[in-house]
Design a protein around this ligand. Structure first.
Ligand code: C2E
Ligand code: CA
Ligand code: CA
Ligand code: CA
Length: 276
C-alpha cells in the first residue's frame, strides 16, 4: 500500500468525521430549537398576476439563534430530514400556520406549507392535521400543502395517497419545484394537486435562455390543460411578467413581487409572542 493511498484513506476518514460532527452539531441545535420554540415563520406573497391581488402566502421557516439572527432552512432541513426531526418541524409549522390563520379569522387568506418527503410517510399526519384544523377553527381550504415533484415521484403511490387524503380533508395541494424532478406529464395528470409551482431555475433564466422559455411554456400548457393553476417561482424582474402572463401562468412568487418577511410583521400579529 503506497503512502498516497494511505494519505487518501486518512483524509477520507477525516472528512467523514468532519461531516458527522457537523451533522451532530445541527441535530443538537434543531433539538434545542424545537424545545425552546426558537423557530420563526416567514411568509412570502404568491401574487395573482392578472391584478396583483395577494391572497396566498408561502410559509418559510427560519431558526432563530441566541443573538436573534435568522438561520436559513438550507442549513438544517436536510439534516432534519436525515435525523427524522423534520416530522416534528413539519408538525410545528402546521400548528403555527393554523394559529396565524385563526388570528386572521374572517380574512380571505391562505397559507402554503412545505411538506417534506419523510412526512409523506408519517402515518399519523392526516389525523394530526384533521385535529389541528378542527381545534383551530380554520377552514381547511385555507391550507395549501406543497410537496416537491422529486418527493412525489420517489414514492409515487404513497405521495398520491397522501395528497388525496389532504384533499379529502378539504385542504389544497401543490406540486413544488416542478420540472427538475425527472417525472413526466403522465405523473402530473395522475397526482391530485391544485397548483403546479414551476421551479425557480427555469424562471430565473426566462429572459436569457430560449430553452427555459420553451420548458416553462410547455409545463404551463400541460398544467392548464389538466386544470391546475400554475405558479412561477423566482420572479425577480418586471420584464418576466408579460412572458409569464402570455403563457397562461396565473401566479408569481419571487423577490420582485415580495421577499419573505416575518409572519408577525406581515400580518401585524405583534400582540402575541407565539411567533414573534
Ligand atoms: P422552496 O419551498 O422551493 O422555497 C422557495 C425558496 O426560494 C425560499 O428559500 C425562498 O426564500 C426563496 N426565494 C423566493 N423568491 C426567490 C427569488 O426571487 N429568487 C431566489 N433566488 N430565491 C427566492 P428558503 O426560505 O431559504 O427555503 C429553502 C427551502 O427550504 C424551501 O424551498 C423548502 O424546500 C425548504 N423549507 C423552507 N421552509 C420549510 C418548512 O417550513 N418546512 C419544510 N419541510 N421545508 C421548508
Ligand atoms: Ca415550497
Ligand atoms: Ca419551490
Ligand atoms: Ca426548492
Amino acid at each position: 500500500e503506497s503512502s498516497s493511498q494511505r494519505w487518501h484513506l486518512l483524509s477520507t476518514l477525516e472528512n467523514a468525521r468532519g461531516e458527522l460532527k457537523e451533522r451532530v452539531y445541527w441535530e443538537e441545535r434543531i433539538h434545542r430549537a424545537l424545545e425552546e420554540n426558537a423557530f420563526v415563520l416567514m411568509v412570502q406573497p404568491i401574487v395573482r398576476l392578472r391584478d396583483r391581488d395577494i391572497r396566498h402566502y408561502e410559509v418559510l421557516i427560519r431558526m432563530q439563534d441566541d443573538s436573534g439572527e435568522l438561520i436559513s432552512p438550507g442549513a438544517f432541513i436536510s439534516v432534519a430530514e436525515h435525523s427524522g426531526q423534520i416530522l416534528q418541524i413539519d408538525r410545528w409549522v402546521i400548528h403555527q400556520a393554523l394559529d396565524v390563520l385563526a388570528k386572521l379569522k374572517g380574512k380571505e387568506i391562505s397559507l402554503a406549507i412545505n411538506l417534506s418527503g419523510p412526512s409523506l410517510h408519517d402515518e399519523d399526519l392526516k389525523q394530526y392535521l384533521a385535529e389541528e384544523i378542527i381545534t383551530s377553527g380554520v377552514a381547511p381550504e385555507q391550507l395549501i400543502l406543497e410537496v416537491t415533484e422529486t418527493a412525489a415521484v420517489t414514492d409515487f403511490a404513497t405521495a398520491r395517497g397522501v395528497l388525496q387524503s389532504l384533499r379529502d380533508l378539504g385542504c389544497r395541494t401543490a406540486l413544488d419545484d416542478f420540472g427538475v424532478g425527472f417525472s413526466n406529464f403522465h405523473y402530473l395528470s395522475r397526482l391530485p394537486v391544485d397548483y403546479i409551482k414551476i421551479d425557480g431555475s427555469f424562471i430565473r433564466q426566462l429572459l436569457d435562455d430560449n430553452e427555459s422559455r420553451v420548458i416553462v411554456k410547455a409545463i404551463a400548457d400541460i398544467a392548464n390543460g389538466f386544470d391546475k393553476q400554475v405558479v412561477a417561482e423566482f420572479v425577480e424582474q418586471e420584464a418576466q411578467l408579460p412572458i409569464l402572463a402570455s403563457y397562461g401562468i396565473s401566479y408569481g412568487q419571487g423577490y420582485y413581487l415580495g421577499s419573505p418577511i416575518k409572519a408577525s410583521t406581515a400580518f401585524a400579529l405583534n400582540e402575541n409572542h407565539d411567533f414573534a
